[in-house]
Design a binder for this molecule. Structure first.
Ligand code: ZN
Ligand code: ZN
Ligand code: FE
Length: 769
């Protein structure tokens, strides 16, 4: 008696070695049948003794290839066909699979072993890869993901490579970028002017230059990196000077996990994240005696560390314990990918170019992650994660969202999937704007989808808003934040949304950023916010937090504020304080804001931590760093209820300033500031729960990159019995906005507006009467 079962596998199962894996499992069990890629996922039919055919699934689940993810498996019995063997069938070309291209993946252990094995034919070959690892998205020009549609098309497989490529039992069966020293890409070296350097060993020359303190542009997976010895002050000073980057921290690549442990206090979860096949930059708490240059991340409590992601990185890092690896670009411009483009754009920045002839076709920056509140959190979603889909709670019509202005990404929603582009960056330069359009085209292409409905931000002046056109659905920034969090958690609304953020355009023309929302997929109401405070000088206040500090003091102490400002030495000259006073009194260039990000900046200045910033988030990160190392009690605050909740931080500012003037420890005050906010947010949520009977809270917005704030809020809310939704797969910062925009527009298209919100108080009374 034979039994035949048809299994349909849904998830990340294409281009990850899943079919040969199925082949090996089925053949091993003595089953016949076939496996095939289809638009609906991978289909396998297995036939044999009933126990074997039924036990097949357990074997599959028990030993999945490292990159495969199973979302859903359907099984149904079909009539036996009495085939004689198990085979891998050609892909069904019609239609489009849900996940057509896998993300790029770090060199696997098997390949790394071969890389350093003198007996292997790929010994020290910088482009070694297999079905479990190597470039994917970044070498693709067209779908489907087959070798002729990648930048490997020009490299004809040699006989040895072809044999591997065609053998289902081989680790390199259908590894599209398969290559070896005989038939594959090669390294080359160019000098600062882009002229080819004659050398038998480009790698050795580059290593030698790095050791001499030179800056080398290295072609990596998703773009060029600028590399320098992380131990060399002189090299990093030069790099900062040439990149016009004064203080912003550099990420480093550590040779291995042991080196990472020497540089930072890593916990096992962080080490797992560092070693994951996505190889993100992980933000880890630095050790005080870490043996790297102080130029790497001046003043930062955390270091951004990643481990080698490509064979070339492994070979480079043989000679250094850590290298600075920073995206090769100028400020606010996208990362370089093309050889000629790199030479042109990096002229004067790089001393040497270590490049090769395998083209990068899709720009993809390094991803950034942090481990917080018992889970890994992605802060920048790019290499290793893109273009994997985010799964949604239900089926949505096709919509494309063009994202916000800073940390931009774009997103397409279709069916149960959301496809987020990789990090595009700030829309501040023409090249960044070109990259936005490039990303839109690329995303439409790889998802084979060209949505007619678009979504964008509410801000009329944003570049992406204008690009989206008149008919696009305009979505308020913080509604988008909260829905991005709901969407990745596949959670139904309504929720209490705590959107804690830097900047978002409010419909009242103010700068929002400390919002208590009642939010659903189709609608959103503002149920309260942090009390507005003026930002003297607008944008200038963002760069000069002492201006915000002055504004907070004036609100907290009224007319006597300048006395405190002088005691705290807020400004270099008294006239500056008078000038600020006058600006606020007369409302000259003083936009009103509820931004928690700005409150953090102001508090950092009040505590003497930083009064001018060199990059976004610098003051807040240093404030967090102080708080992380200390404990402090919850201090007073007030929540007023009038037209919604108003969280007044005046009492908190007053208390902290008086304590500081009395000589209290700054780290304890920083901790108290965090603890008080967490308590206040939980208290606000509790009031909203009693008003609206909602006990699910979503946390989103750039401030939740702050680990102390995130963990404190989760604790405070869970202690009060709330269900707390947080970000993991999608950034809490503006990198997640496009997902929220797309889901909101798609849900409104499908269901209408405001259908998943509770009625307003007055509506309820009205309808009741
Ligand atoms: Zn491999
Ligand atoms: Zn070969
Ligand atoms: Fe935001």
């Amino acid at each position: 008696m034979k039994k035949r079962i048809r299994y349909t596998f849904d998830g990340t199962v294409q281009g990850v070695g899943f079919r040969p894996f199925v082949f090996r499992v089925a053949s091993g069990l003595g089953l016949t049948g076939f496996v095939q890629n289809t638009p609906a996922g991978v289909v396998a039919e297995v036939e044999g003794p009933p126990d074997k055919a039924e036990g097949f699934l357990a074997h599959i689940r028990g030993s999945l290839p490292p990159l495969a993810v199973l979302h859903d498996v359907r099984a149904r019995e079909v009539d036996p066909l009495d085939d004689t063997a198990f085979s891998i069938r050609h892909s069904l070309a019609s239609g489009v699979p849900d996940v057509p291209i896998p993300p790029d993946t770090a060199t696997c252990e098997a390949c790394r072993g071969e890389l350093f094995d003198p007996a292997d034919r790929r010994f020290r070959y910088p482009f070694i890869n297999c079905t479990d690892c190597g470039p994917r998205l970044t070498i693709v020009s067209r779908i489907p993901y087959d070798r002729p549609n990648t930048s490997m098309a020009g490299f004809a497989l040699c006989a040895d490579c072809r044999r591997e490529y065609e053998d289902p039992r081989d680790r390199r069966f259908h590894a599209e970028p398969n290559a070896c020293p005989v038939c594959g890409p090669r390294l080359e070296l160019r000098d600062a002017g882009g002229r080819a350097v004659e050398t038998a060993d480009p790698l050795a020359e580059a290593v030698e230059a790095l050791a001499r303190g030179k800056i080398v542009a290295v072609k990596s997976l998703g773009g060029f990196h600028l590399c320098a010895d992380a131990a060399s002050d002189a090299a990093l000073k030069t790099l900062r000077l040439r990149k016009f980057r004064e203080e912003k921290p550099f990420a480093i690549m550590a040779a291995g996990i042991e080196t990472a442990r020497r540089l930072a206090c890593t916990c096992p979860d962080e080490e797992e994240l560092l070693c994951s096949p996505q190889r993100p930059i992980v933000l880890v708490r630095r050790k005080n005696d870490a043996e790297i240059s102080c130029e790497v991340a001046p003043g930062m409590p955390r270091l951004g560390i990643m481990l080698p992601a490509t064979p070339l990185h492994h070979l480079l890092l043989e000679h250094f314990s850590a290298l600075v690896m920073t995206s090769a670009n100028k400020k606010d411009e996208p990362i370089c990918i093309d050889n000629r483009e790199a030479v042109e754009r990096l002229r004067g920045t790089a001393d040497l170019f270590l490049m090769h002839d395998r083209d990068i076709l899709v720009r993809c920056d390094d991803s950034i992650a942090v481990f917080a509140g018992n889970a890994p959190r992605i802060l920048r979603r790019a290499r290793g994660f893109v273009p994997a889909a985010v799964r949604l709670d239900s089926e949505y019509p096709e919509v494309i969202a063009l994202g916000p202005h800073l940390k931009s990404t774009v997103c397409i929603v279709r069916g149960r999937h959301a496809y987020l582009s990789s990090h595009i960056g700030d829309m501040e330069t023409p090249l960044a704007r070109d990259f936005l359009h490039e990303s839109i085209e690329r995303l439409q292409h790889i998802t084979a989808c060209s949505p007619r409905a678009a979504a964008c931000d509410l801000h009329p002046g944003y570049y992406a808003t204008r690009a989206a056109g008149e008919n696009a659905t305009r979505v308020q920034h913080h509604h988008a934040h909260i829905v991005s969090c709901m969407a990745e958690n596949r959670a139904a609304g309504p929720v209490i949304g705590l959107a804690m953020d830097g900047t978002g355009f409010g419909p009242d023309g103010c700068i929002w950023g400390g919002e208590f929302l009642i939010a659903g997929y189709t609608g959103c109401r503002r149920a309260g916010h942090i009390r507005y405070f003026p930002l003297p000088g607008g944008e200038q206040a963002v760069r000069e937090p002492w201006r915000i500090a002055a504004s907070l003091l004036k609100h907290a102490f009224g007319n006597s504020w300048q006395g405190y400002a002088e005691r705290l030495r807020l400004a270099d000259r008294d006239e500056m304080l008078q000038h600020i006073d006058m600006m606020i009194e007369r409302g000259i260039n003083c936009p009103q804001t509820s931004s928690l990000g700005r409150l953090f900046d102001g508090m950092a200045s009040l505590l003497g931590i930083r009064s001018h910033v060199g990059f976004e988030g610098q003051a807040a990160m240093e404030l967090e760093g102080r708080a992380a190392a200390a404990r402090g009690p919850v201090l007073p605050y007030s929540i007023q209820e009038s037209d919604g909740l108003l969280l007044d931080t005046g009492p908190l500012v007053r208390d902290i300033v008086e304590k500081r003037c009395a000589g209290a420890d700054i780290a304890c005050l920083a901790a108290s500031f965090h603890a008080t906010l967490c308590d206040a947010f939980a208290e606000a949520a509790e009031r909203l729960r009693s008003l609206h009977s909602i006990s699910r809270v979503a946390l989103s917005g750039g401030c939740f990159q702050n680990v102390v704030l995130l963990e404190g809020c989760i604790n405070a809310l869970e202690q009060r019995g709330f269900e707390v939704l947080t970000h993991r797969l999608v950034p809490a910062n503006d990198g997640g906005i496009a997902l929220g925009q797309a889901v909101i527009a798609a849900a409104q298209l499908r269901d209408g507006e405001d259908v998943d919100l509770p009625p307003l108080e007055k509506d309820a009374a009205h309808h009741g009467g």
